[in-house]
Design a protein around this ligand. Structure first.
Ligand SMILES: Cc1cc2nc3c(=O)[nH]c(=O)nc-3n(C[C@H](O)[C@H](O)[C@H](O)COP(=O)(O)O)c2cc1C
Length: 352
């Protein structure tokens, strides 16, 4: 039976921060209901995870995993592991695309628009070697003219909201990010999602939130800050210190998909939500994927669930060794039956 996860969330009185994050925001020609949005994450923000997230509510905008612009025009949504969705989520779902040339990005964006997505997002942030080697993702920050042309050509191709997710650049220079932000706005971007880290940094050093403030001041379109927002206090601090219009949540959204709803409503959660959440993820992965990819995807996500607990390492080890979901569920029950202790902050050795 599907666990009623929402019943574990207890509403409270709304504070200023809750008022702010639940205030609608205009992005291009559309409006989102709240200012906490999901960050796109390869291998994590798949259709099964998004259905889990939808069960809790509170997320202003959903994002797919990054999809190859060259593949998108020909993808079969019922077969593709990444270009896949539930019809009911489309009005709140942005498709993130990556590519190396403006023409393929524009063609992919047209398919995204034709399918009825809320919007399209251009990935200028992924610094994984396999992506950068193909001149995609953050590699495009080395050729800003090309990145700007991509924004302009996609803008000409579609009328749905167009967002850009980018990093500081390849050097620690906020002036570069500010200049680029202005150029993206001039080229027709409707909102920016800014992750203030240099591209070679794979989340080893803290993001420089002060750069978000500079980017925000450089443009008049909405700017979402991103990077190491793990608690409502972090969220409040980012909004207060940077003036950003909203916050994009990455890893914490995988570990605790209820945070959008919890932070928006200021409610407490019962400890049981952690166990129920993992079990619900198993159900949804099994619904959307064959057994082997479902287990592979689960193990990738479980790292973030385990990172929330003291002694999360040994919990993770037990889940990783399991061969099927029965064994995984046994490991989950054994762990939670012992009333595990939550860590103050996620374990960053696991939260990579
Ligand atoms: C496993 C993983 C996969 C990611 N994949 C993408 C991606 O496909 N596209 C993208 O723009 N960013 C990607 N990111 C970066 C996140 O969107 C986000 O910028 C980063 O995790 C920092 O935010 P956080 O501290 O809230 O997690 C990924 C991050 C992780 C951990």
């Amino acid at each position: 039976m599907k666990p009623d996860i929402k019943s574990d969330i207890k509403p409270n009185v709304k504070s200023d921060i809750q008022q702010f994050i639940t205030t609608p925001l205009k992005i291009g020609n559309r409006v989102i209901p709240g200012r906490l949005i999901l960050a796109p994450m390869a291998g994590l923000t798949h259709v099964a995870y998004r259905e889990l997230l939808d069960g809790y509510g509170g997320c202003g905008l959903l994002f797919t995993e990054m999809c190859s612009a060259r593949s998108v025009p020909h993808e079969n949504r019922y077969v593709s592991p990444v270009f896949r969705w539930r019809d009911e989520e489309l009005p709140r779902l942005v498709c993130q695309i990556f590519g190396s040339d403006p023409e393929s990005m524009a063609t992919a964006a047209k398919r995204v628009e034709a399918e009825g997505f809320f919007g399209v997002d251009l990935n200028f942030g992924c610094s994984v070697a396999a992506i950068c080697k193909k001149n995609c993702g953050a590699a495009l920050l080395k050729t800003p003219d090309l990145a700007v042309k991509m924004v302009r050509d996609v803008r000409k191709a579609v009328s749905i909201p167009l967002t850009v997710k980018f990093r500081t650049g390849w050097e620690d220079r906020p002036d570069f990010a500010m200049d680029l932000a202005r150029r993206f706005e001039d080229a027709g971007a409707d909102a920016l999602i800014f992750h203030p880290r240099v591209a070679p940094d794979r989340r080893s050093r803290p993001p420089k939130w002060e750069y978000i403030r500079e980017v925000k001041q450089a443009v008049s379109i909405p700017v979402f800050g991103n990077g190491e927002v793990f608690t409502l206090n972090d969220c409040e601090k980012m909004i207060e210190t940077t003036g950003c219009d909203g916050v994009s949540l990455g890893r914490i959204a995988i570990a605790k998909p209820w945070v959008f709803s919890q932070w928006s409503n200021g409610c407490a959660v019962e400890m049981e939500i952690y166990r129920k959440n993992i079990k619900q993820m198993i159900l949804l992965l099994s619904k959307h994927y064959e057994a082997t990819p479902a287990i592979r995807k689960f193990k990738k996500m479980a790292v973030y669930n385990a990172a929330l607990f003291r002694f999360g390492h040994s919990f993770l080890k037990k889940m990783s060794r399991a061969d099927d979901f029965f064994e995984i569920e046994s490991a989950v029950d054994a762990f939670f039956d012992e009333s595990p202790e939550l860590a103050d902050r996620p374990n960053l050795n696991l939260f990579r």
